[in-house]
Design a protein around this ligand. Structure first.
Ligand code: FE2
Length: 225
Protein backbone atom coordinates (compact mmCIF):
# COMPACT_ATOMS: atom_id res chain seq x y z
CA UNK A 1 0.00 0.00 0.00
CA UNK A 2 2.94 2.34 0.57
CA UNK A 3 3.46 3.43 -3.06
CA UNK A 4 -0.26 4.10 -3.44
CA UNK A 5 -0.41 6.09 -0.21
CA UNK A 6 2.76 7.98 -1.10
CA UNK A 7 1.37 8.78 -4.52
CA UNK A 8 -2.08 10.03 -3.67
CA UNK A 9 -2.01 11.38 -0.13
CA UNK A 10 -0.85 14.92 -0.26
CA UNK A 11 -2.27 15.41 -3.74
CA UNK A 12 -3.33 18.87 -2.60
CA UNK A 13 0.18 19.81 -1.47
CA UNK A 14 2.08 21.49 -4.25
CA UNK A 15 5.46 21.14 -2.48
CA UNK A 16 7.35 18.39 -0.78
CA UNK A 17 10.81 18.51 0.80
CA UNK A 18 12.51 15.35 -0.45
CA UNK A 19 16.11 15.54 0.77
CA UNK A 20 18.26 17.87 2.88
CA UNK A 21 21.95 18.51 3.43
CA UNK A 22 23.04 17.70 -0.10
CA UNK A 23 26.73 18.74 -0.17
CA UNK A 24 26.14 21.56 -2.66
CA UNK A 25 29.35 23.40 -1.61
CA UNK A 26 31.26 20.78 -3.56
CA UNK A 27 29.39 21.81 -6.72
CA UNK A 28 30.35 25.49 -6.69
CA UNK A 29 33.77 25.20 -8.37
CA UNK A 30 32.24 23.08 -11.08
CA UNK A 31 29.50 25.66 -11.64
CA UNK A 32 32.04 28.49 -11.88
CA UNK A 33 34.12 26.59 -14.45
CA UNK A 34 31.27 24.93 -16.32
CA UNK A 35 29.32 28.11 -16.96
CA UNK A 36 32.28 29.57 -18.88
CA UNK A 37 32.15 26.71 -21.40
CA UNK A 38 28.39 26.12 -21.62
CA UNK A 39 25.85 27.58 -23.99
CA UNK A 40 22.80 29.27 -22.48
CA UNK A 41 19.24 29.58 -23.68
CA UNK A 42 17.93 33.02 -24.55
CA UNK A 43 15.80 34.98 -22.12
CA UNK A 44 12.06 35.07 -22.58
CA UNK A 45 8.92 36.63 -21.22
CA UNK A 46 8.65 34.19 -18.34
CA UNK A 47 12.31 34.31 -17.33
CA UNK A 48 13.67 37.79 -18.10
CA UNK A 49 15.77 37.72 -14.91
CA UNK A 50 17.20 34.20 -15.39
CA UNK A 51 19.77 32.34 -17.41
CA UNK A 52 19.47 28.62 -17.98
CA UNK A 53 22.15 26.13 -18.87
CA UNK A 54 20.39 23.07 -20.25
CA UNK A 55 22.16 19.75 -19.63
CA UNK A 56 19.37 17.66 -21.17
CA UNK A 57 16.60 18.94 -23.38
CA UNK A 58 14.81 18.76 -26.70
CA UNK A 59 16.27 18.30 -30.15
CA UNK A 60 15.24 21.12 -32.42
CA UNK A 61 15.50 20.41 -36.13
CA UNK A 62 13.77 21.34 -39.35
CA UNK A 63 10.91 18.94 -38.72
CA UNK A 64 9.78 20.56 -35.50
CA UNK A 65 10.80 24.17 -36.05
CA UNK A 66 7.24 25.38 -35.42
CA UNK A 67 7.32 23.68 -32.10
CA UNK A 68 5.75 24.26 -28.76
CA UNK A 69 8.49 23.07 -26.45
CA UNK A 70 6.05 21.69 -23.87
CA UNK A 71 4.74 19.14 -26.38
CA UNK A 72 8.09 17.60 -27.34
CA UNK A 73 8.53 14.34 -25.47
CA UNK A 74 12.00 13.24 -26.54
CA UNK A 75 15.01 14.57 -24.67
CA UNK A 76 18.72 14.17 -25.28
CA UNK A 77 21.90 14.92 -23.44
CA UNK A 78 23.66 18.12 -24.47
CA UNK A 79 27.38 18.86 -24.50
CA UNK A 80 26.81 21.00 -21.39
CA UNK A 81 26.13 17.80 -19.45
CA UNK A 82 29.80 16.88 -19.65
CA UNK A 83 30.93 20.09 -17.93
CA UNK A 84 29.19 19.26 -14.63
CA UNK A 85 30.33 15.74 -13.66
CA UNK A 86 29.75 16.02 -9.88
CA UNK A 87 26.28 17.47 -10.24
CA UNK A 88 25.22 14.96 -12.86
CA UNK A 89 26.63 12.09 -10.77
CA UNK A 90 24.57 13.26 -7.79
CA UNK A 91 21.50 13.59 -10.01
CA UNK A 92 21.95 10.10 -11.48
CA UNK A 93 22.12 8.64 -7.98
CA UNK A 94 19.06 10.64 -6.94
CA UNK A 95 17.10 9.28 -9.90
CA UNK A 96 18.10 5.71 -8.95
CA UNK A 97 17.10 6.28 -5.30
CA UNK A 98 13.73 7.64 -6.40
CA UNK A 99 13.21 5.16 -9.25
CA UNK A 100 12.73 7.74 -11.98
CA UNK A 101 14.14 8.27 -15.44
CA UNK A 102 15.62 11.63 -16.35
CA UNK A 103 13.83 14.10 -18.57
CA UNK A 104 14.97 17.69 -19.00
CA UNK A 105 17.68 19.10 -16.79
CA UNK A 106 18.92 22.67 -16.42
CA UNK A 107 20.86 24.89 -14.09
CA UNK A 108 18.90 28.05 -13.38
CA UNK A 109 20.64 31.31 -12.43
CA UNK A 110 18.29 33.95 -11.07
CA UNK A 111 19.81 37.39 -10.74
CA UNK A 112 19.84 39.36 -7.44
CA UNK A 113 16.29 40.52 -6.63
CA UNK A 114 15.15 38.62 -9.72
CA UNK A 115 11.70 37.23 -10.29
CA UNK A 116 10.21 34.40 -12.36
CA UNK A 117 6.83 35.59 -13.61
CA UNK A 118 3.77 33.58 -12.57
CA UNK A 119 3.15 30.79 -15.09
CA UNK A 120 2.38 27.07 -15.31
CA UNK A 121 4.56 24.62 -17.23
CA UNK A 122 2.20 23.52 -19.96
CA UNK A 123 2.36 20.78 -22.56
CA UNK A 124 2.08 17.02 -22.70
CA UNK A 125 5.77 16.57 -21.83
CA UNK A 126 4.98 17.51 -18.21
CA UNK A 127 1.87 15.34 -17.82
CA UNK A 128 3.29 12.32 -15.98
CA UNK A 129 6.60 13.75 -14.78
CA UNK A 130 7.78 14.96 -11.40
CA UNK A 131 9.77 18.18 -11.20
CA UNK A 132 12.55 18.68 -8.65
CA UNK A 133 14.64 21.66 -7.54
CA UNK A 134 18.02 21.23 -5.85
CA UNK A 135 19.06 24.51 -4.20
CA UNK A 136 22.76 24.94 -4.93
CA UNK A 137 23.24 28.58 -3.94
CA UNK A 138 20.61 30.71 -2.25
CA UNK A 139 19.92 32.57 0.97
CA UNK A 140 16.34 31.35 0.66
CA UNK A 141 14.29 31.12 -2.52
CA UNK A 142 10.69 32.15 -2.08
CA UNK A 143 8.38 29.98 -4.18
CA UNK A 144 4.63 30.41 -4.69
CA UNK A 145 2.55 27.59 -6.13
CA UNK A 146 -1.16 28.24 -6.46
CA UNK A 147 -2.13 29.69 -3.09
CA UNK A 148 0.70 27.91 -1.22
CA UNK A 149 4.20 29.21 -0.55
CA UNK A 150 7.49 27.95 0.81
CA UNK A 151 11.14 29.00 1.15
CA UNK A 152 13.76 26.67 -0.29
CA UNK A 153 17.15 26.58 1.47
CA UNK A 154 20.60 25.57 0.29
CA UNK A 155 21.19 21.82 0.11
CA UNK A 156 17.49 20.98 -0.06
CA UNK A 157 15.73 19.05 -2.80
CA UNK A 158 12.08 19.91 -3.33
CA UNK A 159 9.41 18.28 -5.44
CA UNK A 160 7.06 20.88 -6.89
CA UNK A 161 3.85 20.53 -8.81
CA UNK A 162 4.83 22.68 -11.77
CA UNK A 163 1.44 22.14 -13.44
CA UNK A 164 0.08 24.61 -10.90
CA UNK A 165 0.72 28.32 -11.65
CA UNK A 166 3.97 29.27 -9.93
CA UNK A 167 6.15 32.28 -9.26
CA UNK A 168 9.68 32.51 -7.81
CA UNK A 169 11.54 35.33 -6.06
CA UNK A 170 15.17 35.92 -5.16
CA UNK A 171 14.97 38.62 -2.49
CA UNK A 172 18.72 38.93 -1.93
CA UNK A 173 21.74 40.74 -3.32
CA UNK A 174 23.37 37.52 -4.53
CA UNK A 175 22.62 35.42 -7.55
CA UNK A 176 20.55 32.28 -6.85
CA UNK A 177 21.44 28.91 -8.41
CA UNK A 178 19.13 25.88 -8.64
CA UNK A 179 19.44 22.58 -10.47
CA UNK A 180 16.02 21.87 -11.99
CA UNK A 181 15.18 18.45 -13.38
CA UNK A 182 12.30 16.18 -14.31
CA UNK A 183 11.91 12.49 -13.54
CA UNK A 184 9.39 10.15 -15.06
CA UNK A 185 8.45 8.20 -11.92
CA UNK A 186 8.79 4.45 -11.92
CA UNK A 187 5.61 4.24 -9.85
CA UNK A 188 2.50 3.85 -11.96
CA UNK A 189 0.44 5.53 -9.22
CA UNK A 190 2.67 8.59 -9.17
CA UNK A 191 2.26 8.92 -12.92
CA UNK A 192 -1.51 8.75 -12.56
CA UNK A 193 -1.40 11.32 -9.75
CA UNK A 194 0.64 13.67 -11.94
CA UNK A 195 -1.66 13.20 -14.94
CA UNK A 196 -4.71 14.00 -12.79
CA UNK A 197 -3.05 17.28 -11.71
CA UNK A 198 -1.98 18.01 -15.26
CA UNK A 199 -5.50 17.49 -16.65
CA UNK A 200 -7.02 19.57 -13.87
CA UNK A 201 -4.67 22.52 -14.19
CA UNK A 202 -3.74 22.65 -17.85
CA UNK A 203 -6.46 21.11 -20.01
CA UNK A 204 -7.63 23.62 -22.58
CA UNK A 205 -5.37 26.36 -21.27
CA UNK A 206 -2.28 26.03 -23.41
CA UNK A 207 0.08 28.91 -23.12
CA UNK A 208 2.63 29.52 -25.80
CA UNK A 209 5.69 31.39 -24.66
CA UNK A 210 9.19 32.04 -25.84
CA UNK A 211 10.92 31.47 -22.53
CA UNK A 212 12.77 28.31 -23.47
CA UNK A 213 14.05 29.00 -26.95
CA UNK A 214 17.38 27.42 -27.72
CA UNK A 215 19.85 28.20 -30.47
CA UNK A 216 19.27 25.49 -33.06
CA UNK A 217 22.83 25.50 -34.38
CA UNK A 218 24.11 24.50 -30.97
CA UNK A 219 21.82 21.54 -30.62
CA UNK A 220 21.75 19.68 -33.94
CA UNK A 221 24.19 16.83 -33.95
CA UNK A 222 24.39 16.37 -30.21
CA UNK A 223 22.09 13.38 -30.23
CA UNK A 224 24.93 10.88 -30.42
CA UNK A 225 26.54 12.04 -27.16
FE1 FE2 B 1 7.96 26.83 -14.50
Amino acid sequence: MKPLADSFFGILNHFRLIEERVPVDTFLDEIAEGRKKSFYDSKGKIHPDSHHIFLRGVVINNRNKDFFIGDILENVQYLNYLYFPKITEWMKNFSIRHRGSLGRVYISFLKPHGHVVRHADRGIYYAAKDRYHLVIKSRGTEVFLGSQSSTFQEGEVWWISNKVPHEIFNNYDEERVHLVFDLLPGSFFRRIRNIILWVYFTMGRRLKFSGLRLDRSQIIGLKSL
